[in-house]
Design a protein around this ligand. Structure first.
Ligand SMILES: NC(=O)c1ccc[n+]([C@@H]2O[C@H](COP(=O)([O-])OP(=O)(O)OC[C@H]3O[C@@H](n4cnc5c(N)ncnc54)[C@H](OP(=O)(O)O)[C@@H]3O)[C@@H](O)[C@H]2O)c1
Length: 304
């Protein structure tokens, strides 16, 4: 008699967002291997063929109901207050979602023995000396970064199983109707517009589908700890935009080079940021490709 394999139960929180949506699409093709549940704050799911429950992770009872109806083995928490400038003036809202809500998830991961895979950012660093490794000391310079660091500390002081992923500058299909950076650049320039792009913010843009493949490995093998998962190439936002323009045969003259202070943004930006990815490349199934490979996939998906 052959043993029945019990499927791992994977809960995606924030499944209507950019990363969550890509995770949801990935796992919607893996239902033979995993029991999958999507959840987000909106009434309806943007992904058709996976079960969905509305949740507001800021509300303890909403989290409790979700956890005690699905009993996840793994929770991927992609929900966050991600508007860096708005976080400066909406501090309570940013704290409630990025910190207090994570406390709620930790509270209910414990009793059901779930692993929490939580997402953070290179914005926990000050941007004086990037790219940063997992061992570097965080020192955020804006409120968004502070909330994300506070959420990291909640994990470290908890007794649940967790994996902390720091990433930066996600690009690639959003699935939500919002355009990602690559599509935005292509559409703006093709429409004849000039775009202002900073040349003093440096990082390693991350193709969301490559991030998802590394996460799938973490889920499959129950890997603990902190991982920096980001793109293979470290460059300024301006140079990244040039790479997009060259791939899509767009006039480079449409890209105007500017400096961050000229934007007068509410939140200060860590400039020389980005993440070292050697640990992820060594220990995970993760080998990010050159940008052009991802651009070709985005071009096909978005009809660019
Ligand atoms: N995007 C990046 O470049 C980047 C870079 C570094 C790190 N990260 C981190 O990666 C993670 C995913 O980012 P993302 O860009 O995919 O985020 P996103 O697109 O903003 O998605 C977040 C999702 O969570 C939902 N949500 C908001 N409040 C919620 C609540 N109370 N309960 C449940 N769901 C809620 C949002 O719904 P609404 O849209 O309706 O609010 C949205 O669907 C975040 O932790 C972020 O800090 C992202």
């Amino acid at each position: 008699m052959s043993a029945v394999k019990i499927k791992k139960r994977v809960l995606i929180v924030g499944s209507n967002g950019q990363l969550g949506g890509n995770l949801a699409r990935y796992y919607s093709n893996k239902v033979d291997q995993y029991e999958v549940m999507c959840s987000s704050v909106e009434e309806r799911s943007l992904i058709d063929n996976v079960p969905y429950k509305q949740v507001d992770i800021k509300e303890k009872n909403s989290v409790k109901d979700l956890f005690y109806s699905f009993y996840p083995d793994v929770v991927l928490n992609t929900a966050a207050f991600t508007n860096v400038d708005a976080a400066e003036s909406n501090r309570n809202a940013a704290w409630d979602l990025n910190v207090k809500a994570v406390e709620n998830l930790i509270k209910y991961c414990g009793p059901v023995s779930a692993r929490l895979i939580h997402f953070s950012t290179d914005y926990v660093f000050d941007g004086k000396n990037g790219p940063y490794s997992e061992d570097d000391r965080p020192s955020p310079i804006n409120y968004y970064g502070r909330t994300k660091l506070a959420s990291e500390n909640l994990l470290f002081s908890s007794d649940i199983k967790y994996t902390l992923i720091r990433t930066n500058i996600l690009y690639g299909n959003t699935g939500s109707g919002k355009v990602d950076f690559v599509t935005w650049v292509v559409k703006q320039i093709r429409a004849g517009n000039k775009i202002n792009i900073v040349d003093d913010q440096i990082g390693n843009p991350t193709y969301v589908k490559e991030l998802v493949s590394a996460l799938a490995d973490i889920v499959e093998r129950d890997i603990d700890g902190i991982y920096h998962i980001a793109g293979a190439e470290w460059l300024s936002r301006y140079d990244f935009t040039l790479r997009i323009a060259r791939y899509f045969n767009l006039p480079e003259i449409s890209i105007l080079r500017i400096k961050t202070p000229s934007l007068k943004q509410a939140a200060e930006r860590p400039l020389v940021a980005g993440l070292k990815i050697e640990k992820a490349m060594t220990e995970l199934s993760y080998s990010p490709q050159k940008f052009e490979i991802s651009f070709s996939k985005i071009a096909a998906e978005e009809n660019l």
